[in-house]
Design a protein around this ligand. Structure first.
Ligand code: UDP
Ligand code: MG
Length: 317
Protein backbone atom coordinates (compact mmCIF):
# COMPACT_ATOMS: atom_id res chain seq x y z
CA UNK A 1 0.00 0.00 0.00
CA UNK A 2 1.23 3.46 -0.89
CA UNK A 3 1.64 5.89 1.99
CA UNK A 4 -0.58 8.94 1.65
CA UNK A 5 0.81 12.45 2.16
CA UNK A 6 -0.94 15.84 2.31
CA UNK A 7 1.00 19.02 1.70
CA UNK A 8 -0.83 21.98 3.26
CA UNK A 9 0.00 25.29 1.58
CA UNK A 10 -1.38 28.52 3.15
CA UNK A 11 -1.60 31.19 0.46
CA UNK A 12 -2.26 34.88 0.82
CA UNK A 13 -1.76 36.90 -2.36
CA UNK A 14 0.56 34.34 -3.90
CA UNK A 15 -0.44 34.47 -7.58
CA UNK A 16 3.18 35.06 -8.54
CA UNK A 17 4.79 32.40 -6.33
CA UNK A 18 2.15 29.66 -6.53
CA UNK A 19 2.89 28.57 -10.15
CA UNK A 20 6.63 28.38 -9.37
CA UNK A 21 5.89 26.41 -6.22
CA UNK A 22 3.47 24.09 -8.01
CA UNK A 23 6.03 23.24 -10.70
CA UNK A 24 8.75 22.56 -8.14
CA UNK A 25 6.46 20.38 -6.02
CA UNK A 26 5.23 18.42 -9.05
CA UNK A 27 8.81 17.56 -9.89
CA UNK A 28 9.40 16.28 -6.38
CA UNK A 29 6.09 14.37 -6.26
CA UNK A 30 6.89 12.64 -9.54
CA UNK A 31 10.28 11.60 -8.23
CA UNK A 32 8.54 9.82 -5.32
CA UNK A 33 6.23 7.21 -6.90
CA UNK A 34 5.92 5.27 -3.64
CA UNK A 35 3.69 7.90 -2.09
CA UNK A 36 0.27 9.20 -3.01
CA UNK A 37 0.25 13.00 -2.64
CA UNK A 38 -2.51 15.54 -2.09
CA UNK A 39 -1.72 19.22 -2.43
CA UNK A 40 -4.13 21.06 -0.12
CA UNK A 41 -4.02 24.76 -1.03
CA UNK A 42 -5.65 27.09 1.49
CA UNK A 43 -6.60 30.50 0.15
CA UNK A 44 -6.51 32.89 3.09
CA UNK A 45 -8.70 35.63 1.63
CA UNK A 46 -6.30 36.70 -1.14
CA UNK A 47 -7.14 39.85 -3.06
CA UNK A 48 -5.33 38.85 -6.24
CA UNK A 49 -5.79 35.96 -8.69
CA UNK A 50 -4.75 33.25 -6.22
CA UNK A 51 -8.20 31.67 -5.96
CA UNK A 52 -8.70 31.57 -9.75
CA UNK A 53 -5.33 29.89 -10.03
CA UNK A 54 -6.32 27.32 -7.41
CA UNK A 55 -9.53 26.49 -9.27
CA UNK A 56 -7.53 26.02 -12.47
CA UNK A 57 -4.92 23.79 -10.84
CA UNK A 58 -7.58 21.75 -9.09
CA UNK A 59 -9.54 21.01 -12.30
CA UNK A 60 -6.38 20.19 -14.24
CA UNK A 61 -4.73 18.02 -11.56
CA UNK A 62 -6.67 15.58 -9.37
CA UNK A 63 -3.95 15.73 -6.70
CA UNK A 64 -4.76 19.39 -6.05
CA UNK A 65 -7.54 20.37 -3.63
CA UNK A 66 -8.29 23.77 -2.22
CA UNK A 67 -10.13 25.54 0.60
CA UNK A 68 -10.93 29.22 0.30
CA UNK A 69 -11.68 31.41 3.32
CA UNK A 70 -14.35 34.10 3.33
CA UNK A 71 -11.70 36.66 4.34
CA UNK A 72 -8.11 36.84 5.58
CA UNK A 73 -7.90 34.85 8.83
CA UNK A 74 -4.11 34.63 9.06
CA UNK A 75 -1.59 31.88 8.45
CA UNK A 76 -2.32 30.17 11.76
CA UNK A 77 -5.97 29.71 10.81
CA UNK A 78 -4.98 28.53 7.33
CA UNK A 79 -2.70 25.88 8.79
CA UNK A 80 -5.38 24.79 11.26
CA UNK A 81 -7.90 24.41 8.41
CA UNK A 82 -5.35 22.26 6.61
CA UNK A 83 -4.77 20.05 9.66
CA UNK A 84 -8.51 19.64 10.26
CA UNK A 85 -9.08 18.52 6.68
CA UNK A 86 -6.02 16.37 6.05
CA UNK A 87 -6.80 12.68 6.49
CA UNK A 88 -3.56 11.10 5.29
CA UNK A 89 -0.77 9.09 6.98
CA UNK A 90 1.66 11.98 6.75
CA UNK A 91 0.93 15.71 6.70
CA UNK A 92 3.30 18.59 5.94
CA UNK A 93 2.93 22.38 6.02
CA UNK A 94 4.76 24.41 3.37
CA UNK A 95 4.88 28.09 2.42
CA UNK A 96 3.96 28.96 -1.13
CA UNK A 97 6.98 31.21 -1.65
CA UNK A 98 9.65 28.47 -1.97
CA UNK A 99 11.23 29.47 1.33
CA UNK A 100 10.44 25.92 2.44
CA UNK A 101 12.41 24.00 -0.20
CA UNK A 102 10.37 21.11 -1.66
CA UNK A 103 13.70 19.40 -2.39
CA UNK A 104 13.91 18.51 1.33
CA UNK A 105 10.75 16.37 1.10
CA UNK A 106 12.36 13.07 -0.06
CA UNK A 107 14.78 13.18 2.87
CA UNK A 108 11.97 14.04 5.32
CA UNK A 109 9.78 11.20 4.08
CA UNK A 110 12.66 8.74 4.35
CA UNK A 111 13.26 9.73 7.98
CA UNK A 112 9.60 9.20 8.94
CA UNK A 113 9.54 5.86 7.10
CA UNK A 114 12.36 4.57 9.27
CA UNK A 115 9.82 4.75 12.08
CA UNK A 116 11.96 6.19 14.84
CA UNK A 117 10.65 9.74 14.61
CA UNK A 118 7.09 11.14 14.64
CA UNK A 119 7.96 14.31 12.83
CA UNK A 120 10.71 15.98 10.84
CA UNK A 121 11.04 19.71 11.31
CA UNK A 122 13.26 22.23 9.58
CA UNK A 123 15.23 25.15 10.89
CA UNK A 124 17.19 27.83 9.15
CA UNK A 125 20.75 28.04 10.33
CA UNK A 126 21.41 31.34 8.56
CA UNK A 127 19.31 34.46 8.34
CA UNK A 128 20.86 35.82 5.17
CA UNK A 129 18.83 38.40 3.34
CA UNK A 130 17.02 39.47 6.52
CA UNK A 131 17.41 42.96 8.04
CA UNK A 132 19.96 42.69 10.90
CA UNK A 133 17.66 44.40 13.39
CA UNK A 134 14.99 41.75 12.70
CA UNK A 135 17.50 38.94 13.29
CA UNK A 136 18.54 40.58 16.55
CA UNK A 137 14.98 40.76 17.85
CA UNK A 138 14.21 37.25 16.62
CA UNK A 139 17.18 35.81 18.51
CA UNK A 140 16.21 37.71 21.69
CA UNK A 141 12.63 36.40 21.36
CA UNK A 142 13.73 32.75 21.11
CA UNK A 143 16.02 33.08 24.13
CA UNK A 144 13.24 34.70 26.15
CA UNK A 145 10.39 32.34 25.30
CA UNK A 146 12.50 29.27 26.01
CA UNK A 147 13.39 30.58 29.44
CA UNK A 148 9.87 31.47 30.52
CA UNK A 149 7.66 28.82 28.91
CA UNK A 150 7.58 25.05 28.50
CA UNK A 151 6.84 25.33 24.79
CA UNK A 152 10.40 24.48 23.67
CA UNK A 153 10.70 26.71 20.59
CA UNK A 154 13.83 26.16 18.52
CA UNK A 155 15.67 29.21 17.14
CA UNK A 156 15.16 29.53 13.40
CA UNK A 157 12.43 26.86 13.42
CA UNK A 158 10.11 27.11 10.43
CA UNK A 159 6.54 25.92 10.28
CA UNK A 160 7.74 23.56 7.51
CA UNK A 161 7.52 20.07 8.97
CA UNK A 162 6.30 16.61 8.07
CA UNK A 163 4.26 14.81 10.70
CA UNK A 164 2.58 11.51 11.35
CA UNK A 165 -1.17 11.24 11.71
CA UNK A 166 -0.98 10.90 15.54
CA UNK A 167 0.74 14.24 15.86
CA UNK A 168 -1.73 15.96 13.55
CA UNK A 169 -4.61 14.65 15.67
CA UNK A 170 -2.98 16.16 18.75
CA UNK A 171 -2.66 19.51 16.97
CA UNK A 172 -6.31 19.44 15.88
CA UNK A 173 -7.28 18.68 19.49
CA UNK A 174 -5.50 21.87 20.58
CA UNK A 175 -8.46 23.97 19.55
CA UNK A 176 -7.44 27.24 21.23
CA UNK A 177 -8.43 30.39 19.40
CA UNK A 178 -5.12 32.22 19.92
CA UNK A 179 -2.82 29.93 18.01
CA UNK A 180 0.96 30.01 18.05
CA UNK A 181 2.00 26.97 16.06
CA UNK A 182 5.68 27.03 16.93
CA UNK A 183 4.64 26.75 20.57
CA UNK A 184 1.96 24.13 19.88
CA UNK A 185 4.40 21.87 17.98
CA UNK A 186 6.80 22.01 20.91
CA UNK A 187 4.13 21.67 23.59
CA UNK A 188 2.54 18.45 22.28
CA UNK A 189 5.89 16.66 22.40
CA UNK A 190 6.55 13.62 20.14
CA UNK A 191 9.96 12.73 18.78
CA UNK A 192 11.13 15.33 16.30
CA UNK A 193 14.16 15.24 14.05
CA UNK A 194 15.54 18.66 13.09
CA UNK A 195 16.89 19.29 9.62
CA UNK A 196 19.02 22.42 9.31
CA UNK A 197 19.19 24.26 6.00
CA UNK A 198 20.40 27.57 4.63
CA UNK A 199 17.88 30.37 4.37
CA UNK A 200 16.27 30.72 0.95
CA UNK A 201 14.83 34.01 -0.23
CA UNK A 202 11.30 34.39 -1.51
CA UNK A 203 10.85 33.27 -5.14
CA UNK A 204 8.40 36.08 -6.00
CA UNK A 205 5.97 38.50 -4.36
CA UNK A 206 6.52 40.06 -0.95
CA UNK A 207 6.57 38.97 2.67
CA UNK A 208 3.36 39.68 4.60
CA UNK A 209 5.24 40.43 7.78
CA UNK A 210 6.08 43.96 8.81
CA UNK A 211 8.43 44.50 11.74
CA UNK A 212 5.50 45.64 13.88
CA UNK A 213 3.44 42.61 12.84
CA UNK A 214 6.25 40.28 13.89
CA UNK A 215 6.66 42.13 17.17
CA UNK A 216 2.97 41.69 18.03
CA UNK A 217 3.19 38.03 17.00
CA UNK A 218 6.08 37.49 19.40
CA UNK A 219 4.14 39.10 22.27
CA UNK A 220 1.23 36.78 21.41
CA UNK A 221 3.58 33.82 21.51
CA UNK A 222 4.78 34.76 24.99
CA UNK A 223 1.30 35.45 26.38
CA UNK A 224 -0.03 32.21 24.85
CA UNK A 225 2.65 29.97 26.29
CA UNK A 226 3.87 31.56 29.49
CA UNK A 227 2.50 33.03 32.69
CA UNK A 228 5.86 34.54 33.60
CA UNK A 229 4.81 38.16 32.84
CA UNK A 230 2.00 37.76 35.41
CA UNK A 231 4.44 36.45 38.00
CA UNK A 232 6.79 39.32 37.25
CA UNK A 233 3.90 41.76 37.76
CA UNK A 234 3.03 40.26 41.15
CA UNK A 235 6.70 40.15 42.15
CA UNK A 236 7.00 43.84 41.26
CA UNK A 237 3.95 44.51 43.43
CA UNK A 238 5.54 42.65 46.32
CA UNK A 239 8.87 44.45 46.01
CA UNK A 240 7.20 47.87 45.90
CA UNK A 241 5.03 47.09 48.93
CA UNK A 242 8.18 46.17 50.85
CA UNK A 243 9.94 49.34 49.79
CA UNK A 244 6.88 51.42 50.71
CA UNK A 245 6.77 49.77 54.14
CA UNK A 246 10.43 50.61 54.79
CA UNK A 247 9.87 54.18 53.64
CA UNK A 248 6.88 54.63 55.97
CA UNK A 249 9.01 53.41 58.83
CA UNK A 250 11.76 55.82 57.87
CA UNK A 251 9.39 58.79 57.65
CA UNK A 252 7.64 58.04 60.94
CA UNK A 253 10.91 57.65 62.80
CA UNK A 254 12.30 60.84 61.28
CA UNK A 255 9.15 62.78 62.24
CA UNK A 256 9.36 61.51 65.82
CA UNK A 257 13.03 62.34 66.20
CA UNK A 258 13.45 65.51 64.09
CA UNK A 259 9.84 66.66 63.78
CA UNK A 260 10.02 67.88 60.16
CA UNK A 261 7.28 66.22 58.09
CA UNK A 262 7.14 68.54 55.06
CA UNK A 263 9.91 68.99 52.46
CA UNK A 264 10.91 66.86 49.51
CA UNK A 265 8.13 67.67 47.06
CA UNK A 266 10.28 66.66 44.10
CA UNK A 267 11.09 63.21 45.45
CA UNK A 268 7.42 62.61 46.34
CA UNK A 269 6.26 63.42 42.83
CA UNK A 270 8.97 61.21 41.34
CA UNK A 271 7.88 58.30 43.49
CA UNK A 272 4.20 58.82 42.65
CA UNK A 273 4.92 58.95 38.93
CA UNK A 274 7.16 55.91 39.10
CA UNK A 275 4.67 53.80 41.06
CA UNK A 276 1.87 54.97 38.75
CA UNK A 277 3.90 53.81 35.74
CA UNK A 278 4.61 50.42 37.23
CA UNK A 279 0.92 50.01 38.10
CA UNK A 280 -0.16 50.82 34.57
CA UNK A 281 2.41 48.42 33.16
CA UNK A 282 1.18 45.61 35.39
CA UNK A 283 -2.43 46.36 34.51
CA UNK A 284 -1.44 46.24 30.86
CA UNK A 285 0.08 42.79 31.38
CA UNK A 286 -3.07 41.56 33.12
CA UNK A 287 -5.07 43.15 30.31
CA UNK A 288 -3.16 41.10 27.72
CA UNK A 289 -4.15 37.88 29.42
CA UNK A 290 -7.70 39.08 29.97
CA UNK A 291 -8.03 39.94 26.28
CA UNK A 292 -6.84 36.45 25.32
CA UNK A 293 -9.28 34.91 27.78
CA UNK A 294 -12.06 37.07 26.35
CA UNK A 295 -11.39 35.85 22.81
CA UNK A 296 -11.11 32.25 24.03
CA UNK A 297 -14.45 32.24 25.88
CA UNK A 298 -16.28 33.72 22.92
CA UNK A 299 -15.50 30.53 21.03
CA UNK A 300 -15.60 32.19 17.66
CA UNK A 301 -14.69 29.94 14.75
CA UNK A 302 -11.05 29.83 13.65
CA UNK A 303 -12.01 30.18 10.01
CA UNK A 304 -14.95 30.24 7.60
CA UNK A 305 -14.66 28.42 4.29
CA UNK A 306 -16.56 30.14 1.48
CA UNK A 307 -15.58 27.78 -1.30
CA UNK A 308 -13.74 24.49 -1.67
CA UNK A 309 -12.94 21.79 -4.21
CA UNK A 310 -14.61 19.19 -1.99
CA UNK A 311 -18.23 20.09 -1.27
CA UNK A 312 -18.48 17.90 1.85
CA UNK A 313 -15.94 19.90 3.79
CA UNK A 314 -16.85 21.31 7.23
CA UNK A 315 -17.26 25.01 6.44
CA UNK A 316 -17.03 26.64 9.84
CA UNK A 317 -14.71 25.53 12.60
N1 UDP B 1 0.15 33.63 4.67
C1 UDP B 1 -1.20 33.36 4.90
N2 UDP B 1 -1.97 34.31 5.52
C2 UDP B 1 -1.48 35.49 5.94
C3 UDP B 1 -0.10 35.75 5.74
C4 UDP B 1 0.69 34.79 5.11
O1 UDP B 1 -1.68 32.29 4.53
O2 UDP B 1 -2.24 36.30 6.47
C5 UDP B 1 1.00 32.62 4.00
C6 UDP B 1 1.77 33.14 2.79
O3 UDP B 1 1.01 33.08 1.62
C7 UDP B 1 2.97 32.20 2.74
C8 UDP B 1 3.19 31.87 4.22
O4 UDP B 1 1.98 32.18 4.89
O5 UDP B 1 2.69 31.00 2.04
C9 UDP B 1 4.36 32.63 4.80
O6 UDP B 1 4.20 34.03 4.60
P1 UDP B 1 5.41 34.98 4.29
O7 UDP B 1 6.27 34.38 3.23
O8 UDP B 1 4.84 36.31 4.02
O9 UDP B 1 6.18 34.99 5.67
P2 UDP B 1 7.76 34.90 5.89
O10 UDP B 1 8.27 33.76 5.07
O11 UDP B 1 8.29 36.21 5.45
O12 UDP B 1 7.90 34.65 7.36
MG1 MG C 1 8.11 33.57 3.18
Amino acid sequence: MKRTVTLIVPCYNEEESLPIFYRAVCEVMESLPDYSFTLLLVNDGSRDGTLALMRELSTADTRVQYLSFSRNFGKEAAMYAGFCNAKTDYVAVMDADMQDPPSLLPQMLAILDEGEYDSVATRRVTREGEPPIRSLFARAFYRLINRISDADVVDGARDFRLMKREMVEAIVAMCEYNRFSKGIFGWIGFKTKWLPYKNVERAAGETKWSFWGLFKYSIDGIVNFSQAPLSIASMAGLVFTLIAFLMILFIVVRKLIFGDPVAGWASTICIILFIGGVQLLCMGIIGQYLAKTYMEVKRRPHYIIAESSDERVERVR
